[in-house]
Write a protein that binds this ligand. Structure first.
Ligand code: ZN
Length: 420
């Protein structure tokens, strides 16, 4: 248990630096050599559902946060509710059209306060979402020729995959510079000795794989699910935890344990100073926004997957034919901007046009896909996912009943019912 030493270091502050959209295989060595590196299973495939999982220690089926319109229940804001600690959520480079303490992810998480690292008072838990490897790579958010990510991917579809990759690396380099700026602040404040820094990401990024898929959000594949996590503290030497994975859901119980605090509720994660997990789950249910449209709900994208160090099994819930026609429509009829790179890329590669096109749709719609070489069999993978989904449904029903009783007690209705 390499992290166990942190328990005796009188750690007072936690800094979680999320380098958005940083995939496992593109983490710069300048960061990995700084501490203990773990291959990490992201809980979901985009910011809105991954962040609540990091904060709560629960997978998305239990948090119930799947779209930008869902809210994380106050009961599950574990990392923001550690007793005696100031907390901050800071988004300086991601949502540049609003102040750093106000963003869409602030809304989902119940509008936690945001303080810069210069001003937050110790002891604290500071969480930052940095633009990282999010599109448009290497350019300010939403400012790529006025068209943001859509224009960016269209242009790089014409330029080709290798140029896209180089631009992604540039974006990551900028984010690492931002990270060092934060570290400098800690140094100037004399806080490096008593601060644990966790450098990680909320999900990965596709760079034209599987026939030209880009961005994130779907499908659950190694490029999107595996992200790096590096624990940095003067007591930790460079180390790579080869052969095992950790998960987003382990952050809250581990941090609580290092700070000698009790967790407020039962979570899906474990305390990494004592346990080594072997598999992690990932879920992506629905679109970016809630919808009342019957057609949209009928065609709702749902994917669950399970991953060990060597690979994983992904399952799509939508019927194969429905899913195939759905994505064919999105890509070629609706010409959805999400697939700008893919369409431009197909023009560049006329010889493999049909092969690439089917490859992309297959990865978005096949009922089961095995990625790399997982140790788990397909049947065990399916069973573990189904067990978790069943457990989470019961968990949410229990929470609903608890809330209803709590509200009735608050309003005085329960005593009335009991008297009758
Ligand atoms: Zn993100």
């Amino acid at each position: 248990m390499v992290l166990n030493i942190l328990k005796s270091q009188n750690i007072e502050n936690i800094v979680i630096f999320i380098c958005d959209s940083l995939r496992w295989d593109y983490v710069p060595s300048s960061v990995t050599k700084r501490g203990v590196l773990f291959k990490t299973v992201a809980s979901s495939l985009y910011t809105a559902s991954s962040f609540p999982s990091i904060i709560s220690g629960l997978y998305p089926p239990k948090t119930g946060v799947h779209t930008w319109e869902d809210k994380l229940s106050k009961k599950f804001r574990g990392l923001f509710e550690i007793e005696g600690y100031n907390s901050s959520l800071w988004c300086e480079t991601t949502w540049t059209n609003v102040p750093p303490d106000k963003s869409d992810i602030h809304n989902i998480l119940g509008n936690p306060r945001g303080y810069s690292l210069d001003e937050i008072e110790s002891p604290f838990i500071y969480i930052e979402d940095d633009k990282g490897g999010h599109c448009p790579y290497g350019y300010p958010s939403g400012e790529y020729m006025g068209g943001g990510c859509s224009e960016f991917f269209k242009e790089f579809g014409k330029k080709g995959k290798s140029k896209l990759i180089n631009q992604y690396i540039k974006g990551i380099e900028q984010s690492v510079k931002q990270f060092y700026k934060r570290e400098k602040v800690l140094k100037e404040r004399g806080l490096l000795e008593n601060t644990l820094i966790i450098f990680s990401s909320d999900h990965g990024e596709l760079l034209g794989e599987y026939g030209g898929l880009t961005h994130h959000n779907r499908p659950p594949c190694p490029e999107l699910v595996y992200v790096p996590t590096i624990f940095i503290h003067p007591s930790l030497n460079k180390y790579y935890s080869d052969g095992s994975v950790i998960r987003h859901v382990d952050f809250y119980p581990t941090i609580a344990s290092i700070l000698n605090k009790k967790v407020l509720y039962e979570q899906d994660g474990v305390d990494l100073t004592r346990h080594t997990p072997s598999v992690g789950l990932n879920f992506r249910f629905g679109g970016y926004f809630r919808s009342n449209s019957k057609i949209k709900n009928l065609m709702k994208y749902e994917a669950s997957s399970i991953w060990d160090f060597q690979g994983g099994h992904a399952f799509h819930d939508l019927n194969r034919y429905k899913a195939f026609s759905f994505f064919f429509f999105k890509i070629f009829i609706q010409k959805h901007p999400r697939f700008n790179f893919l369409r431009e890329n197909l023009k560049n590669n006329p010889n493999s046009k049909f092969k690439d096109c089917f490859k992309a749709i297959d990865h978005l719609s096949l009922p089961h896909i095995e990625y790399l070489r997982p140790q788990l069999s397909k049947s065990t993978a399916k069973e573990l996912i189904n067990n978790y989904l069943k457990e989470s449904q019961e968990y949410r029903e229990k929470m609903k009943i608890k809330n209803t009783i709590g509200n009735l007690i608050k309003k005085g209705n329960i005593t009335g019912i009991l008297k009758k």
